[in-house]
Design a protein around this ligand. Structure first.
Ligand code: 1HN
Length: 350
């Protein structure tokens, strides 16, 4: 073989060995895997039926205490991302159980968290000095590095879905976490309802602006949200793909409620047959009310109350409700993608 024969595989293999020792590696062997012409996520579509997993979540209550576990959670791990504790490539999700009389101690970390309450009405969360009661359908958020603890004062278990930006923070190597001093409870300088009164009434304090990266409203109550949807619905301006879809907004900026995670609520009117849609943010959906199906290529995902399902980035899907209005909560990494100019969507199968 001539000196100039580029395709000599022997020459290449020995060259690769030579440079490997110097921590060098050839781009041309991997470039196609690094820069894809379109998203191709290892995340796969998947549903967790609440009826199927509820007994396992409750059984975890016999297996471990909140004291021992720190947080008693069953992770929803995407089968395409086994061993990674991820529901999508950038997001973590889990089902958390807190039994009557239990507490989950105060701590903080740089990961941002959301909780979407599925069952129970007697648990509470305290975030940075204010307590809130957690009722079904409430969205409770915890900012990066905010102190937070939970408890259940009632007679029934409470179960909620946690969503955190754990994989994103992991990727950036920006994780810090710490327990509260001597495992005590945090002080409660603010009365319950203070932040919603101060920031959720179309008012804002004149001075001392809040850290607006995360919304100062930390419990978006379902009764308010549901009422708003019901009133908006009278206008009948349905989006062909989404029905009536709203984002949870920071009232001070109009941006998403959290800097990294976008959260949404949508109402599909009875008998809605959505058009095809895809976007670059892999999304976790939870059916809050009603029932229906989401068609994903050849797959039909049938969902009813409290079922959680995931649709990967850039996968075509369409939502359909059956014979009652359906309400769906969802969250994704759209908040961070849009800040980086990465987010794309398309409609109608284009
Ligand atoms: C966490 O702090 C909570 O506070 C839930 O309820 C899930 C998963 C990983 C790391 C921290 C909580 C978590 C978590």
């Amino acid at each position: 073989m001539s000196e100039t024969n580029y395709s000599s595989s022997y020459k290449r293999t020995s060259f690769y060995k030579q440079i490997e020792k110097k921590s060098l590696t050839p781009l041309w062997e991997v470039m196609q895997d690094l820069v894809l012409p379109k998203p191709s996520s290892p995340c796969i579509p998947k549903i967790w039926k609440y009826d199927d997993i509820r007994k396992d979540i409750l059984e975890a209550g016999d297996i471990i205490s909140t004291e021992e576990a720190e947080r008693r959670v069953l992770i929803l791990e995407n089968p395409g991302l086994l061993g990674t504790s991820r529901i999508t490539r950038s997001l973590y999700a889990g089902m958390q159980l807190i039994l009557p009389g239990e507490t989950a101690r105060n701590h903080r970390h740089t990961q941002t968290a959301l909780r979407f309450v599925l069952e129970g009405s007697s648990a509470y969360t305290t975030v940075d000095g204010e307590r809130t009661t957690m009722k079904r359908g409430d969205l409770v958020i915890t900012p990066s590095w905010g102190w937070h603890e939970h408890g259940n004062d009632g007679d029934h278990p409470t179960i909620w879905l946690d969503g955190l930006d754990i994989p994103l923070v992991q990727f950036l190597d920006a994780s810090f976490a710490e327990p509260y001093e001597d495992n005590t409870n945090q002080p409660l300088p603010k009365p319950e309802g203070d932040s919603i009164a101060r920031y959720g009434s179309g008012l804002a304090p004149v001075d001392n602006p809040f850290d607006t990266l995360t919304s100062p409203i930390f419990n978006y109550s379902y009764s308010e949200t549901r009422d708003a949807l019901e009133k908006m619905k009278r206008n009948e301006k349905w989006d062909a793909c989404h029905g009536l879809k709203m984002k949870y907004a920071n009232p001070l900026t109009g941006d998403y409620a959290m800097p990294t995670i976008a959260a949404f609520i949508q109402l599909l009117p009875s008998g809605f047959m959505g058009q095809k849609y895809r976007s670059t943010d892999s999304t976790v959906f939870v059916c809050v009310e009603g029932e229906g199906k989401t068609i994903v290529n050849d797959l039909e995902i049938n969902w009813t109350k409290n079922d959680t399902f995931v649709i990967p980035s850039w996968v075509q899907h369409s939502h359909n409700s059956y014979n009652s209005d359906a309400v769906i909560f969802s969250f994704s990494d759209r908040a961070i993608q849009q800040k980086c100019g990465l987010w794309r969507e398309n409609r109608y199968g284009n």
